[in-house]
Design a protein around this ligand. Structure first.
Ligand SMILES: [Fe+2]
Length: 374
């Protein structure tokens, strides 16, 4: 059974040798300990093969969320945005050096990340939506910028603009900004002023380059020209703004808002795929698909025939159709059975929902179906 290193638990037994640069790091049969798991993570090992009869309860119950940036850096970044908003609201200047140093710290942290797929589900935080959202969009945009091969200088501009993409919202009254439910026409008019206002604010700071300033201005433009404020089309929209637009929509879909509950990453990704070519540059949607873990290895899903399966490998070409193995009950546990099924080659079989990465760790907030199933 192949699992992501993130779900490796002490007590699991390796079914195959673990190699790094053709050298054996650990031999098959080794029982994992916290120290060996840590060592594998440090060496950049992403997946391991463990003996197939693992305890599903232990796997689900023991899963833990791993933030892609540390709590300390996240809180500092959120505080930076909060302070900047307050200062700008009072008519003060944007503290650019502080923004840049925040972006540099996030970049440094991202470069230390030892897995290839972005664990987007892990960049959640529920309170302080506006500030958390700004940090999330920055982290996601930078990750996609790294995947695009941008230079350090470009990443710094991208991160700065992403962190400040919604700064223009300081002009929106709080009751409109946080209104539960749909906005009326007059309120929509007010909200739609935030990109131009953000651009105007950033343009007053000579230290911010035009590429960063264009991000707030153009992050609500859409690929086929039906965005705002200027209705730009295609590549007339700055490449950084196109990238931040995807990060912005993705993060907003997967966040709890006062008027709706959050979508799961794979649901949000399906919406982005549906908007590919219309709202967003298809190349950038593909870039996101290449870098997010929609159904990670080890994830337990329900198929449309009602059976449960575990994801055994991610299909890079089409991450929404991974390879799976069905699960059968074995005593108190569920174990994978039969051959691996490639959902790319079985178009009538599809995933209806994710049962677990972490249903147990969410305090058993799962449905009755989950309780019955596992
Ligand atoms: Fe916005």
């Amino acid at each position: 059974m192949r699992i992501s290193i993130v779900y490796a638990k002490p007590g699991m037994k390796l079914a195959e040798n673990v190699y790094k640069s053709r050298k054996v790091l650990l031999r098959a049969g080794t029982v994992l300990t916290p120290a060996t798991i840590n060592a594998l993570k440090k060496r950049g090992i992403l997946e391991i093969e463990v003996e197939s009869e693992w305890d599903m309860q232990a796997l689900a119950g023991g899963s833990q969320e791993v933030d892609i940036i540390s709590e300390e850096i996240r809180l500092k970044a959120e505080q930076t945005i909060k302070d900047i908003w307050e200062e700008v609201r009072k008519g003060g200047r944007i503290h650019i050096a502080r923004v840049k140093s925040t972006v540099e710290t996030i970049l440094e942290e991202l470069s230390k990340r030892n897995y290839t797929f972005l664990k987007l589900a892990d960049i959640r935080a529920l309170d302080n939506y506006t500030f958390t959202h700004s940090v999330n969009v920055c982290v996601l945009a930078l990750s996609l910028g790294i995947a695009s091969g941008y230079t350090e200088a470009e990443l710094l501009e991208l991160g700065t603009g992403a962190l400040l993409h919604d700064l223009g919202k300081v002009i929106i009254p709080g009751d409109v900004l946080n209104k539960p439910g749909p906005l009326n026409e007059e309120e929509i008019e007010i909200v739609r002023k935030h990109p131009a206002h953000g651009f105007h604010l950033l343009c007053q700071e000579p230290e911010i380059g035009i590429n960063a300033a264009l991000i707030p201005y153009e992050h609500h433009e859409r690929y086929q020209g039906d965005g705002y404020p200027r209705g730009l089309r295609g590549d007339a929209i700055h490449k950084f703004a196109q990238l931040v637009a995807i990060a912005d929509v993705y993060d907003s879909l997967t966040s709890d808002r006062s008027y709706r509950s959050k979508l799961k990453p794979y649901e949000a990704v399906e919406i982005l795929i549906a908007m590919s070519g219309q709202g967003f540059n298809p190349k950038l949607v593909n870039l996101l698909l290449d870098n997010v873990e929609i159904y990670p290895v080890g994830c337990i899903v329900e198929l449309n025939d009602g059976s449960l399966a575990v994801v055994t490998s991610v299909n890079k070409m089409l991450p929404i159709r991974p390879k799976v193995r069905k699960l059968v009950r074995h005593g108190e546990s569920y174990v994978p059975s039969g051959d691996e099924m490639d959902l790319m080659e079985n178009p009538t079989v599809f995933i209806t929902r994710v049962i677990s990465l972490n249903w147990m760790s969410r305090g058993g907030a799962g449905s009755q179906r989950e309780d019955k199933a596992l």
